[in-house]
Every structure is written in C-alpha cells, then in structure tokens.
Ligand binder design. Structure first.
Ligand code: GDP
Ligand code: MN
Length: 365
C-alpha cells in the first residue's frame, strides 16, 4: 500500500525507512506534558505506552510531569522506564494551584453544594476546580517549561489509535500553527453560566488591542444564527454556542499562552471568581482564548490522528489511511464523535478553517 502525502512531504516520513537505517529525526523544541496524580500511575503508563508506540519512540521527546504534591519513587521509576526520551518532574507551587484567598469562602461552599445537588459533572469537587484554573492560567508558567516552545498535553488513560504520519510539533512550527486539536464538542452549560458575559466584557475593554472578530476564529464560537437551521438546537443563554476544543488532547505553542494578550484574557476571567463560584473548565477557557486571539489558520485540526479519551474518540475517515497508519479504530465505532450531532467539528469546517479558506479563495480572485 502506497499513499502520497504531498502536503506533509516536506517535513516528515518515511519513518519506517528511517528506522531501518537507524536514523533519527530532527527534534523540535518541545515536550510531552502530563499533569497527573501518583494514584494514576497505571493510567499514565497506558497513555505513555500508546504514545511511545504510535509516535514518540522515533523522536524521543522529553516527558514532563507536573503534580501538586511530590511524585513518589514508584511513579518516577516506572514512568522513566516507559519513556524513550528524558523524563523530568516538577512540583507545582501552591500559589499556582490553590484557591486564592480572595475567593469568598461562604459563597464558594454554597455554590459547591448547589452544583453537587444539581448533579453537575465534578460540581462538588474542590480539586477539580484547582486543576481547571491551573490548566487555564498557570501550566505554561511552570519554570520547568521555560526553555520549550511547544507542549503536547497527555492525560492518563488515553489511547492513540493510529501511527502518527508526521511529527506534529514540526507541522506546528513549519506551518506557523499555535494551537492544535483533534476533538471539539459542546460544553455543559451549567458549568459556565456567566463565562460568556465576562468574555464580552473582555472584548469591549480590549477592542482594537486584539484581532477583530472578522480576523480571529470568533465565528467558531458564535454561530447562533445557524442553530436549528443547519445544526442541532443548542439551548444557550448567551451567544456562545458552547463549542470548545477538547483540551485533554492539545498541542500548543507555549509562547502564545505566555503572551500579554492571553495573560490579560486569563486575568480578566480569573478576577470574576468563576473558576470557583461556577466550574469553568480549562477547555472552554483555552478554546475561547485561542479563538479570540488567533487567526483560524493558526489553529490546526489534526485530521490524521486517532485518539480516545473516555467517552469519545476520533478516527481517520479514510480506509486507506487507517490501514497505512495501523489504526485500531473504525470510523463507525460508537465512541467516534467526529461527525456526530454532538461534535463541533462541522462548525469548525464551516466557521473556522472553512471561513479562512473562503477568504483565501476570494482574495485570489
Ligand atoms: P476529566 O478528563 O475532565 O474527567 O478530568 P481528569 O480527572 O482526567 O483530570 C484532568 C487532568 O488533570 C488529568 O491529567 C489528571 O491526571 C489531572 N488531575 C486532575 N486532578 C488532579 C489533582 O488533584 N492533582 C494532580 N496532580 N493532577 C490532577
Ligand atoms: Mn481526563
């Protein structure tokens, strides 16, 4: 079976031949990154084994592990043994993880109880809120990441269904991409009742300082005019259509998150306390930040990568690609969300990348 992969020929492949001759690829300035608890060792090893097999054994990128408590020896020993690249471990400073002092204790406890009673996912969890706020505003500030440009977020208990046909970090750099995703879907509205109000406030205050709504990927977040016409009805109390990139998989440019624009964006959100009084997830926060501050062509959907994080997966649609990349998934597997009604990918095609493509075509005529 021989496939032409013209679009990626410049910066990849053929790694099978490469293996045979014992050559190694040039690496990018990047690390694989996992925030994880000691108790999740087994799941961490499963994810590592999968990613090493499907991608990293040919490149040997470093693995960076973050934790709010020190990693134990068993965790360090087992993960170091599993990695093909170097491993490093960092303890998150308490100030980057814990609930800030200024959060109103009484209000916080009341909301926590309320959301737990309402059955909101992780609604009653304190640590989950710390995690979401950390991933939204602090992961890229960890000093252990200071010398890297790109990160690849990995979680315990995920699986990569197919061989990677390229080094995604290299694709990012050569194509000028700043954020990459594989799955996008709708957020639970109960977790972010006031998030969009704050975003609108941010947009007003920063008008002229950031990309215009036309130049950014804003349209991906707000096609409410189309709801019920082309897409399933989403009952939203705001203009936000609840679409977000599923952040348990992300490949990103750390310098984007380190920018003043993202910093102001995060600080505006954080100052409202919604990470605690509500249960804002890092997925909608990253997605909204990325979509407001980047052009659509700076965001990449990695179409060829198979991936699973419970309960959803993604699988390349092409039969030939699935064979060529040794995929362990089928497009019609029940967990595959790609073109299901609860996926936002079609909106991405139409209002994200598609919007940009149309612009390019129109510009040329
Ligand atoms: P879900 O994917 O939204 O269901 O949430 P997870 O439980 O998978 O958590 C998201 C990520 O944060 C995973 O990589 C977890 O290992 C990590 N994580 C969640 N809570 C904690 C925590 O309290 N401490 C540490 N060190 N990692 C956490
Ligand atoms: Mn998870």
């Amino acid at each position: 079976l021989k496939l032409s992969r013209n679009s990626y020929e410049d910066y990849t492949l053929d790694y099978r031949r490469q293996d045979e001759f014992g050559c190694f690829y040039q690496r990018e300035n990047a690390t694989i990154l996992m925030l994880v608890r000691n108790s999740e060792l087994e799941g961490a090893l499963d994810s590592m084994r999968s990613l090493e097999d499907r991608f990293n054994k040919r490149y040997r990128y470093d693995w960076t592990f973050l934790n709010d408590v020190p990693f134990d020896q068993e965790f360090i020993e087992a993960t170091t043994a599993m990695a093909s690249g170097k491993t490093q471990y960092a303890l998150i400073p308490p100030a980057d993880w814990n609930r800030p002092q200024w959060i109103n204790e009484t209000l916080f406890e009341a909301r926590l109880h309320e959301m737990e009673t309402e059955g909101v996912l992780y609604g009653g969890s304190r640590s989950y809120r710390n995690m979401c706020r950390f991933n939204s505003g602090f992961f890229f500030k960890q000093s252990i990441l200071n010398n890297y440009d790109y990160y690849f977020r990995v979680e315990p208990n995920v699986e990569y269904y197919c061989d990677f046909p390229y080094d995604p970090f290299r694709v990012m750099r050569l194509k000028g991409k700043k954020y990459g995703f594989v799955i996008s879907l709708y957020e639970y509205e109960e977790t972010i009742p006031t998030l969009w109000n704050v975003v609108e406030e941010y947009l007003e205050t920063n008008e002229g300082k950031i990309l215009s709504k036309e130049d950014s990927a804003y349209a991906f977040l707000t096609d409410s005019n189309l709801v019920g016409k082309y897409y399933p009805v989403v009952e939203a109390n705001s203009d936000y259509n609840l679409c977000h990139f599923w952040s348990n998989f992300e490949i990103g440019d750390l310098n984007f998150f380190r920018s003043d624009e993202y910093k102001t964006f995060f600080e505006t959100l954080d100052s409202k306390g919604g990470f605690y009084y509500e249960r804002w997830g890092d997925a909608p926060v990253h997605s909204i930040g990325v979509s407001l501050l980047l052009r659509p062509d700076e965001i990449i959907h990695f179409d060829e990568l198979g991936y699973f994080h419970s309960p959803f997966g993604t699988c390349p649609a092409s039969h030939a690609v699935r064979l060529d990349q040794r995929c362990r998934c089928k497009s019609d597997d029940v967990s595959v969300i790609d073109i299901e009604p609860h996926s936002c990918l079609m909106r991405w095609w139409k209002n994200g990348s598609g919007k940009h493509f149309l612009k390019e075509v129109q510009g040329k005529n």
